[in-house]
Design a protein around this ligand. Structure first.
Ligand code: FES
Length: 119
């Protein structure tokens, strides 16, 4: 809906569509960080609205555990965020993306040395 409604959001994000937030394997998140992402935002349907009944609740449990793992390996847990945003909430999506982008900019690059050496 954000695209159709022409709500602006930062071009810094790369959208990867999956059928359900419950489809996001924690390995996907770790791979994203390994491949240079400074943050990962997962958007899922609101509780009770998941088309796969409880995929979003599974995602929520995974993200909580994954945040603990990130902290243990020295990555700020704030670099990973889960938000409930339905497909019809284009404005909320654009606001969440803007807010998350600002948060990631404040945190800085995940691997500062690598980002400067690749340029
Ligand atoms: S279909 Fe499961 S979170 Fe949207």
């Amino acid at each position: 809906m954000a695209g159709i409604s022409r709500f602006q959001y930062p071009p810094t994000i790369r959208i990867i569509r999956v059928m359900c937030s419950g489809r996001v394997d924690p390995i996907f998140v770790l791979k994203a960080f390994e491949n240079g992402a400074d943050g990962v935002l997962i958007c899922g349907c609101h509780p009770g609205d998941c088309h796969y009944v409880e995929g979003n609740l599974i995602a929520e449990r995974r993200i909580k555990k994954l945040k603990k793992l990130l902290k243990a390996i020295g990555i700020e847990p704030e670099r990973l965020r889960l938000e409930w945003v339905s497909a019809s909430e284009g404005l909320k999506f654009s606001q969440v993306v803007k807010e998350f982008t600002e948060q990631i900019i404040k945190l800085g690059p995940l691997f500062p040395d690598e980002s400067t050496s690749q340029q």
